[in-house]
Design a protein around this ligand. Structure first.
Ligand code: ACO
Length: 458
C-alpha cells in the first residue's frame, strides 16, 4: 500500500431538525426589543428537536444517510468516531450505539470512540481520523467523523443561541478538501465560560460575556500562531494575513460574533503590520490611532470594534458571509457548527465547481472550557472530485425550506417537555413522529434500566 496523500474530506452529510422557531416571533414572545435576536445576534431561525430525538438518534440518522448517499458498505469504514457534548449515558459512548449500523453486517473491527470538549469535540475527532489515515495504523479503509449536538439553553438571554444538528464527514486519501499540513495551530486553556456541571439537565451553565472574551482571545492566539507557522513554511510568500485565505469559516455561536471575529482578524493583521510605511498605505484613515493598543484590552472596545468592522466589511461579505447560511437558519449546532459553515460555503457555489476549485479555506474551531484551533483546507483543482461532493449536498437548501415552523408558545412547551423527561425511565416520548423528515431515527422507548430503543421513520 502506498503512503496516503491529499488526506482530507471526501464527503459530507448533514442533518438538522425538521422543526424551527422564527427569531422575530421569539423576540416578541420573550418581550425583548425588536431586532435583538435577528440584528443584534444575526439569527433568523432556530432549529430544535422534540423529545423524540436525542444525540444517539441524530447520529444514527446522519451516519445511515451518509452510507446510503455515498453507496458505502459498513465494511468500507475502518474508523468511526464521534465528537459531541450532548451526554446521555455518561460512560457509554454514542459511537457504541452507532455500532447498531455495523454489527449486523459483521463489522466490529472499527476503531475510534467519542471525544468531548464543548463545541470542539468534532474537530478533535476529525484530527484523529486524519492522523489515522496518515499513520502506520491505517489499513486502507475510510474513516467516518460524526459531530452532533442538541444545543438547548434555559429560558433567558442564551436561549435564542440554541440549535441542533449532526454532520458526518468521510475521511480518506485523494480528497477534494485536503487538510493542510504543518499549519494547525492550537490554543487550550482552563476557563469556566460554559460547562455542564448539572448532569441531570441538558442546560449548560454559561457566563455569556466571559464566553465571548474567551472565544475572541482564542481566535487571536490561534490566528497569530497559524500566521507564524504559515510564514515558516512559506518564507518567500508575500501574501500574509487575511489575503492568504479565499474564505474563512468559524465556529458560530451566533452570526454576529463571526462578523466581529473577521474584524478581529483584520485588527490582528493591522497589529502584525509593523512596517510603518506599509501600515500608512494599508490603513491611511487610522494608522496612528491604534498604535499602542493591547489586544487583550480590546474585546469589548466599541471604538476598535466599529473601525475594524467597517474596514473588513467587504472582506466579510466576500469571504465569510456565504458560510453563515446554516448558522443563521438552524442556529448553533455546537460541534457541527463550524462544519455547517463549511457546508454552507460549499453549497453557496450552487454546484459550480469553478467557484471553489483551488481555493484556500481558513477554519477556526472553538469549544468552551476551552479548546481551539485554526487550520486550513486546500480545495482540489480536480473538478470531477469536487463536483461529486457538491452534487451530494444539493439536497440541503431545498430541505431547509421543507421544515415546519412552530410558534414560540409551542416551542416553549416542547422545551419544557424535553427538560422534564430528559432522564425519565419507562417512558415513551410524546413528540410527533410524523413531523420528522423521512429516514430519521427517533427515540421509541426508554425502559426501567434507562436502555433506549430507536426506530426509523421511513
Ligand atoms: N436591535 C439591534 N441590536 C440589538 C437590539 C435591538 N433591538 N437589542 C440588543 N441588540 C444588540 C446588542 O447591542 C448586542 O450587540 P453587541 O454584541 O454588538 O453588543 C447584541 O444585540 C446582543 O445583546 P446583549 O444585550 O449583549 O445580549 P445578552 O447579553 O442578553 O446575550 C449572549 C448575548 C451573551 C451571547 C447570550 O445569548 C449567551 O449567553 N449565549 C450563549 C453563550 C455563547 O453563545 N457564547 C459564545 C461563545 S461560546 C459557545 O459557542 C457556546
Amino acid at each position: 500500500m502506498s503512503w496516503p496523500i491529499d488526506v482530507g474530506i471526501l464527503g459530507v452529510e448533514l442533518v438538522f431538525p425538521s422543526l424551527f422557531v422564527d427569531q422575530t416571533e421569539l423576540e416578541q414572545f420573550d418581550g425583548v426589543s425588536a431586532g435583538k435576536y435577528t440584528i443584534g445576534l444575526g439569527q433568523d431561525r432556530m432549529g430544535f428537536c422534540t423529545d423524540r430525538e436525542d444525540i444517539n438518534s441524530l447520529c444514527l440518522t446522519v451516519v445511515s444517510k451518509l452510507l446510503k448517499r455515498y453507496e458505502l458498505k459498513p465494511k468500507d469504514i475502518g474508523r468511526l468516531e464521534v465528537g459531541t457534548e450532548t451526554i446521555i449515558d455518561k460512560s457509554k459512548s454514542v459511537k457504541s450505539v452507532l455500532m447498531e449500523l455495523f454489527e449486523p453486517h459483521g463489522v466490529t473491527d472499527l476503531e475510534g470512540i467519542d471525544t468531548t470538549n464543548a463545541c470542539y469535540g468534532g474537530t478533535a475527532a476529525l484530527f484523529n481520523a486524519i492522523n489515522w489515515v496518515e499513520s502506520s495504523s491505517y489499513d486502507g479503509r475510510l474513516a467516518l467523523v460524526v459531530c452532533g449536538d442538541i444545543a438547548v439553553y434555559a429560558k433567558g438571554s442564551a436561549r435564542p443561541t440554541g440549535g441542533a444538528g449532526a454532520i458526518a464527514m468521510l475521511i480518506g486519501p485523494n480528497a477534494p478538501l485536503v487538510l493542510d499540513r504543518g499549519v494547525r495551530s492550537i490554543y487550550m486553556k482552563h476557563a469556566y465560560d460554559f460547562y455542564k456541571p448539572d448532569l441531570n439537565s441538558e442546560y449548560p451553565t454559561v457566563d455569556g460575556k466571559l464566553s465571548i472574551q474567551c472565544y475572541l482571545s482564542a481566535l487571536d492566539n490561534c490566528y497569530r500562531l497559524y500566521h507564524q507557522k504559515y510564514q515558516r513554511l512559506h518564507p518567500k510568500a508575500d501574501i500574509v494575513g487575511l489575503n492568504q485565505f479565499d474564505a474563512l469559516v468559524f465556529h458560530t455561536p451566533y452570526c454576529k460574533l463571526v462578523q466581529k471575529s473577521l474584524a478581529r482578524i483584520s485588527l490582528n493583521d493591522f497589529l502584525l503590520t509593523t512596517d510603518v510605511e506599509k501600515r500608512k498605505k494599508l490603513y491611511p484613515a487610522f494608522y496612528e490611532k491604534f498604535d499602542t493598543i493591547k489586544l487583550e484590552e480590546t474585546y469589548f472596545d466599541r471604538d476598535v470594534e466599529k473601525i475594524f468592522m467597517d474596514y473588513s466589511k467587504a472582506t466579510f461579505n466576500q469571504k465569510t458571509k456565504p458560510s453563515l447560511l446554516l448558522a443563521n437558519q438552524v442556529g448553533n449546532m455546537y460541534t457541527p457548527s463550524v462544519y455547517s459553515g463549511l457546508v454552507s460555503l460549499l453549497i453557496s457555489a450552487d454546484g459550480d465547481v469553478s467557484k471553489l476549485n483551488g481555493k484556500h479555506i481558513g477554519v477556526f474551531s472553538y469549544g468552551s472550557g476551552l479548546a481551539s484551533t485554526m487550520y486550513s483546507i486546500s480545495v482540489t483543482n480536480d473538478s470531477a472530485k469536487l463536483q461529486s461532493l457538491l452534487n451530494n449536498l444539493s439536497y440541503v437548501k431545498p430541505l431547509l425550506e421543507q421544515r415546519t415552523k412552530i410558534s414560540p408558545e409551542e416551542f416553549t412547551t416542547l422545551m419544557e417537555t424535553r427538560a422534564h423527561n430528559s432522564h425519565r425511565t419507562n417512558y415513551e416520548p410524546s413528540g410527533d413522529v410524523s413531523t420528522l423528515f423521512p429516514g430519521t431515527y427517533y427515540l421509541k422507548f426508554v425502559d426501567e434500566m434507562h436502555r433506549r430503543t430507536y426506530e426509523k421513520r421511513e
